[in-house]
Design a protein around this ligand. Structure first.
Ligand SMILES: Cc1ncc(COP(=O)(O)O)c(C=O)c1O
Length: 502
């Protein structure tokens, strides 16, 4: 699977590509070059980008491509490179040259070479997963999920890491416990008890490499024949991990109270549901908080049926309008809950620190599975992060970050209200680091995104979060890593791009 970067930003240096005009092909199509690989000829990157767009349906049978001269100019390449790519695609049958010497997408491409049409339920192949395309570095990313690296207590982390390597523990560099360093497990247990009412001890906590590893391990409990309910819209990386051993994903509709549990009951009546993956605190990507009624219904469903609830609480720390809602895991009743959290938003995604809270027998079972591929995580960094918890550094960092993010959030809401209110509906969520916009009827968000990319900005549309990557009229804007100026410029560019979208 290769990633896309709209308008091939990596190819050029000097004049930003985004200021240049491409004479667009079909429906304003803009080429998205994948990442360059060592030794890969340039013309092959163009070949792959066009094939991928045909497969994904961005280019359809009969669509014209830009002339080789104008594409070469746009990409700042020698025209012969583009001609070589077009020749290759014609030879392989992807493109045809018509009588007027225009190059078009062939109408004879066999169905099997195209992406399957989205289904309502079934296995999601990782290649088809949304979220595979990332914007080029040259574009301002308005949907970047990372926290702001500038607010990070990097010096404190460096000191703690030095301490853990040199002084704190002789065995920081030895094999450790696949459940993670006890110091960090204890620190997380304390943190969850104090901040979220999740009552657990060290034995119920496992440190994972990001939430992603927790989902992948839980996926091992859900082999072929098991059914996993997910939110439609949702978070495809978790879907891929949870279903990687053959479990069947069952998308359940959501509304402004979260997952529609009555639909979950319907699906269960058809065939048993074994696990439910949810983001109740701030539904991902719509930011909706699951209502109290739905929470109770969901817990009741899980307790009655024995289905495991996999609760992904990825951004609990960021509440701006009063107290955050407590997790399902703080009042499980008879339901089995695997509670998954991460430091990717609190801190940074790079160190890959996530955690899983579950029954201690489950934790031991998952730790045995984890040890097969990853003996013990990274004891030294885990020790360092534990020190940041116990010294109060994380608490102080969060206090500072919240203040910065609150201002950015305010700014984003203000700018969207000023420039986009006629085109989108939105609700300002009580927390989290994103705003979800729903485009009004008649607005094609994907076309809007493409015309925005030509103005140098990128944002994620509903398609990225939809099961089967169907088009959906939503946009997720993340504000944590953007300066107020970037927010202002970004929303301004979005409004301009919308005015000119095809
Ligand atoms: C819904 C959701 N869950 C979890 C995560 C965190 O993933 P990880 O801990 O693997 O970095 C993210 C990060 O963007 C997310 O959006």
């Amino acid at each position: 699977m290769f990633r896309h970067s709209p308008v091939g930003g990596e190819v050029t240096e000097g004049t930003p590509l985004r200021r240049q005009k491409q004479s667009p092909g079909a429906h304003g199509w803009v080429i998205s070059l994948g990442e360059s690989r060592p030794g890969q000829p340039l013309y092959l990157r163009i070949v792959q980008a066009i094939c991928e767009d045909i497969r994904r349906g961005r280019l359809r049978a009969g669509d014209p491509l830009p002339g080789s001269r104008s594409l070469a100019r746009l990409l700042r390449l020698n025209r012969n490179t583009v001609v070589a790519a077009y020749d290759e695609l014609v030879a392989e049958g992807w493109l045809v040259a018509d009588r007027a010497s225009r190059t078009r997408v062939s109408s004879g491409i066999p169905e099997v070479m195209l992406s399957p049409t989205p289904s309502v339920s079934g296995r999601l192949s990782p290649d088809r997963a949304a979220m595979s395309s990332e914007p080029a570095d040259s574009l301002l990313n308005l949907s970047r999920a990372d926290p702001d690296a500038a607010t990070l207590p990097a010096l404190a982390l460096a000191r703690a890491y030095r301490h853990s390597l040199l002084e704190a523990s002789e065995d920081a560099l030895r094999y450790g416990d696949p459940r993670g360093r006890p110091e960090l497990r204890q620190a997380i247990a304390d943190y969850l008890r104090v901040t979220r009412g999740v009552l657990c001890g060290t034995r119920q906590v496992m440190i994972t490499r990001g939430s992603q590893m927790a989902f992948a391990l839980l996926g091992e409990l859900l082999p072929t024949g098991r059914r996993i309910a997910i939110e439609w819209l949702g978070y495809p990386p978790a879907w891929n991990a949870l279903s990687r051993c053959g479990g069947e994903l069952v998308p359940v509709p959501i509304d402004d109270a979260g997952m529609r549990v009555e639909r979950l009951e319907d699906f269960h009546r058809e065939r048993a549901i074994h696990a439910i993956y949810v983001t109740p605190h701030h539904q991902y990507p719509t930011t909706v908080t699951m209502s109290a009624g739905r929470r109770l219904e969901l817990l009741d469903f899980a307790a009655r049926t024995g289905a495991m609830v996999i609760e992904d609480d990825y951004d609990h720390e960021f509440a701006f309008g009063g107290r955050p809602v407590l997790p399902l895991a703080s009042h499980p009743g008879g339901a089995e809950i695997a509670y998954v959290g991460t430091l990717s938003k609190v801190f940074a995604p790079g160190p890959r620190i996530g955690y899983l809270v579950a029954d201690s027998a489950r934790i031991d079972e998952l730790a045995r599975r984890r040890a097969i591929i990853d003996a013990s995580g990274d004891p030294a960094i885990e020790l360092a992060v534990a020190e940041l918890f116990t010294s109060g550094e994380i608490r102080r960092h969060l206090y500072r970050a919240r203040k910065v993010y609150a201002k950015r959030r305010e700014r984003l809401v203000e700018e969207v209200g000023r420039r986009l209110a006629a085109s989108v509906d939105y609700r300002v969520p009580l927390g989290g680091t994103a705003l979800w916009l729903r485009a009004r009827d008649g607005i094609d968000v994907d076309a809007w995104a493409e015309s925005s990319a030509q103005r140098g900005i990128w944002f994620a549309t509903g398609r990225r979060y939809a099961f089967g990557a169907q088009s959906y009229p939503g946009i997720r804007l993340n504000f944590a890593s953007l300066s107020e100026m970037q927010i202002q410029d970004g929303v301004f560019a979005m409004a301009k791009a919308l005015a000119q979208a095809p």
